[in-house]
Design a protein around this ligand. Structure first.
Ligand code: NAP
Length: 637
């Protein structure tokens, strides 16, 4: 190793203190790096992640010095001279500052507990038992990996021609993550070579492709195959799937013992029924249907919406269009994220490459602060009375964000009234802010229109005030039918019961996964598993996957043919979810958002801490489930 002492100084400066302490302690066995005074001090109501994990500058300097010295010793001798054997538990305890109740969850996130949940030989894997997975995106691929490791046969159906799910479909300019790349990646497939703190879509497509290849999943995926109907066959306890070839339109039938929906809830683009839309002669495109032929360069472009998609598209195209008119119904809240578009610097790359576990501890650190997240800041205080906020901490959160917004509009104060949301922070998903949105709105070719849209005519959009806004291209960044879970499949359960009819306008699932009357149907990214103020969807998917494997285990070990929740358990669960949601900003305020169905009920968001979902999905509670056996069955357990 030819790393000089000066190099070490430089590299350490580029690192984050807490992950450095953890990873260098693991590398060298130097327990003094985990001294009590270096323990991070996060608080539950943190608006921003405090620098140095909340340590004072003085203590942080001392900690950095200790890291530097430990590394210099390590690289100086070029040999392993670990002083002690430190366990991962000990380091996790340091990172979480002794939050023991989170120890197991955090070990899972470290990627350390990726063992098979049961002994393969214990289950009748030779039984005629094939699982169908619909969707080869983030959750479907991870599900397939779990089944492969458990020796359970499966077939996957993917409507597109490749893997990647949402990252395959959403090909609009500027598409990238708006949660941290590391925390979004699987706990069991971690990478150290991410180029961006917030990965671009192409990188994510590659990540999922690499994953599918590494796990040898590709040969089990039927591409260009849309599952359009799924019917439970009572007699032989199987799901009969009607699969439509996306190219030829031909339909075929496939039988599976269990059906896993991994289609996500953002797969049905929504274009509002604007008056006169059919008259419009310009090009129109929904953000999720963008393709390389969309002509925006040198054109007059209108974008409807200011949500997660619009705020990525507008900055990406603003410098190439003749004019950009953005139609805003309500302004988004944005969390400051200066590194939103930044690439990972070389010095940090060195840390990733040369300190073997730096990336893992950095990921865990990000997971940990997103686990605390903005939960306490978005919890509604029933005694708080304000239209602007839902509690005193929420008001402080608001004030901090408003101050950050004001700083971006110096000289453009006329825009402030429009860009500061009127609703409390947390009512809708927060976006990431590195100033790109403000810069876009301040460009001379951009107009922000806050008057409601009245109608379309041949040339463009007319607002209710009568203003006309001609456009060659209109982009509908108007979101998805997010509450219409499994809306692309006609699902029929016991006795031909239609899932759509069973649910009506209120999609729900026990633990976000199972539904009474729909045996062996399991949802990933199911009802009330979406996150607003905490965590990453990957975490929720991994929890759901674990729970599904527990259900399948139950079937395979007992020789049962079907499992589903009792109606009573389902009803109690829904009530509990409702209670939780009522206490959070996104449901406490009657503001329109895609989390709510037509009647205003929030069927999308998970209202409790991440730990609660983790614990809930560890095992099957037999009292809450109905298990059925084939007529010929003799109980084996
Ligand atoms: P969205 O957040 O639902 O935003 C839709 C936008 O269209 C909102 O500004 C909405 O206004 C507006 N809109 C809807 N109907 C309208 C109408 N009739 N007239 C005028 N404006 C209308 O949709 P999205 O931006 O596609 O994002 C959806 C979700 O996808 C996100 O919340 C996120 O979970 C996910 N997403 C993630 C990423 C990422 O990670 N990078 C990127 C894109 C999307 P209101 O706000 O007033 O309703």
């Amino acid at each position: 190793m030819t790393t000089s002492e000066q190099d070490v100084d430089r590299f350490v400066k580029a690192g984050e203190l807490v992950p450095l302490l953890c990873s260098v302690a693991e590398l060298t066995g130097d327990r003094t790096l985990l001294a009590d005074e270096f323990r991070p001090k996060l608080n539950l109501e943190m608006i921003a992640i405090p620098e140095f994990g909340g340590l004072s500058a003085e203590v942080a300097n001392e900690a950095f010095e200790r890291v530097r010295n430990a590394l210099k010793r390590h690289f100086g001798t070029g040999r392993d001279h670990r002083q002690t054997d430190l366990s991962a538990e000990e380091i996790v305890g340091f990172l979480t500052n002794g939050a023991d109740d989170y120890a197991e969850l955090m070990k899972h996130e470290l990627g350390d507990t990726d063992h098979l949940p049961w002994n393969k030989d214990e289950v009748a894997v030779d039984r005629d038992f094939v699982v169908g997975i619909v969707g080869a995106g983030q959750s479907g691929l991870a599900m397939a990996r779990a089944l492969r490791r458990l020796g359970i046969d499966f077939v996957m159906f993917e409507a597109a021609d490749k893997v990647g799910g949402t990252w395959r479909w959403n090909a609009y300019p500027g598409c990238r993550l708006d949660t941290s790349t590391l925390a979004y990646s699987y706990s069991f497939f971690q990478r150290r070579d991410w180029r961006h703190y917030f990965a671009v879509r192409e990188t994510l497509e590659d990540y999922f492709k690499d994953f599918a290849e590494q796990e040898q999943l590709l040969e089990s995926i039927r591409f260009n195959s849309k599952v359009v109907r799924a019917s439970w066959n009572e007699n032989d306890s199987q799901w009969e799937l009607v699969v439509k070839d996306a190219i030829t339109g031909e339909k075929s039938t496939v039988l599976v013992r269990a059906l896993i929906s991994a289609v996500g809830f953002l797969n049905q683009p929504k274009i509002p029924a604007f008056n006169g839309l059919e008259k419009y002669r310009g090009e129109k495109i929904h953000s999720a249907e963008w393709h390389s032929g969309v002509e925006y360069r040198g054109k007059r472009v209108s974008i409807i919406g200011t949500g997660a998609s619009a705020y990525q598209i507008a900055p990406a195209i603003v410098d190439e269009v003749e004019s950009l008119t953005i139609f805003q119904r309500s302004a988004p809240w944005m969390l400051p994220a200066p590194l939103y578009h930044a690439e990972v610097g070389q010095d940090r790359e060195w840390l990733m490459e040369n300190i073997p576990a730096y990336h893992r501890w950095l990921r865990l650190w990000e997971v940990w602060h997103s686990t605390i997240g903005k939960y306490a800041l978005t919890k509604a205080d029933p005694h708080w009375s304000s239209n602007e906020s839902v509690s005193e901490p929420n008001q402080r959160f608001r004030d901090a964000l408003v101050e950050s917004v004001r700083g971006q509009y110096v000289g453009h104060e006329d825009l402030l009234d429009a860009v500061i949301p009127r609703y409390p922070v947390g009512v809708k998903r927060m976006l990431r802010d590195n100033g790109a949105w403000a810069r876009t709105l301040q460009r001379p070719q951009t107009a922000l229109v806050t008057q409601a849209i009245d109608s379309f005519d041949e040339d463009g959009i007319r607002t209710v005030g009568g203003e006309r806004h001609p456009a060659d291209l209109t982009v509908f960044a108007t979101g998805f039918h997010g509450t219409n879970f499994l809306g692309t499949i006609d699902v029929r359960g016991r006795g031909g019961l239609s899932l759509r009819e069973y649910w009506g306008d209120e999609s729900r699932a026990h633990k976000g996964v199972t539904i009474p009357g729909f045996p062996n149907l399991f949802c990933l990214a199911g009802p009330n598993t979406g996150l607003v103020a905490i965590g990453s969807q990957t975490f929720m998917a991994e929890c759901g996957i674990h729970y599904i494997t527990e259900c399948l285990h139950h079937l395979l070990v007992t020789g049962a043919s079907a499992i589903e929740p009792t109606q009573d358990a389902y009803d109690r669960y829904v009530k509990w979810i409702e209670e939780g949601n009522r206490g959070m900003a996104w449901a406490a305020v009657p503001e329109v958002s895609w989390y709510r169905n037509e009647s205003g009920t929030n069927t999308v968001v998970w209202p409790y801490p991440l730990l609660t979902y983790y614990e809930l999905t560890r095992s099957v509670d037999e009292d809450e489930m109905v298990v059925s056996y084939p007529a010929t069955h003799e109980p084996s357990v």
